[in-house]
Write a protein that binds this ligand. Sequence first.
Ligand code: SF4
Length: 238
Amino acid sequence: MSDLATRVSDTQAILARIAAEFTPAVFASSLAAEDMVLTDLILRAKLPIGIFSLETGRLPKETLAVLDAVKETYGVDIALFRPDPAAVDRYVTQNGLNAFYDSVEMRKECCRIRKVEPLGHALAGKKAWITGQRRAQSSTRAELAVQEDDPAHGMAKFNPLADWSEAEVWEYIRANNVPYNALHDRGYPSIGCEPCTRAIQPGEDVRAGRWWWENADSKECGLHVVDGKLIRIKSVAA
Ligand code: SF4
């Protein structure tokens, strides 16, 4: 069996186990390349795992186009969770539309309103959630386990692609004609909100285009942190 076939088979087994043992479970898709691999695996296998995305109100049009591509390819609507409009209004009125450039604190507050709070709503009542994070994506993800305890949300958290390389992600996408975000072909290996993401140069770290004005250790959106600090999530046997 090729390396990719082994990865796929292992990932299918993890997803099937989540569906069998952690219902209701949900997959938080950022609509990035990794997330499209998981979307494809979940939908092809018709697993009872809901798929949602956080529509922050600042996503690039290319990311929003992926929602239509998923609908066209699989006939499935990805559920969207949006921020509280009153909280967004308050932040913008008090600080300005793009105050996240001013400090890490202001950036984290914007992420809290537009991502962390909606994530809490999306995860309410679930037994587990799934992400497309990979260990090789950044220094903040170097210790990422396939299965973790997520004390912040009181449930299990799975990163089925933790061991996958970027090359394997793209090999899977191309081999299976999986739809993907057009920005990936324009120098964006990692894609978030439009004002907080830019293209990178060859050889740069894959997350160098995310919050590029901050230092590498603060580059997480808060979905995987508590009180502004990275959670040292306890790994458990997969
Ligand atoms: S990525 Fe940028 S625009 Fe999006 S929620 Fe975070 S700070 Fe706000």
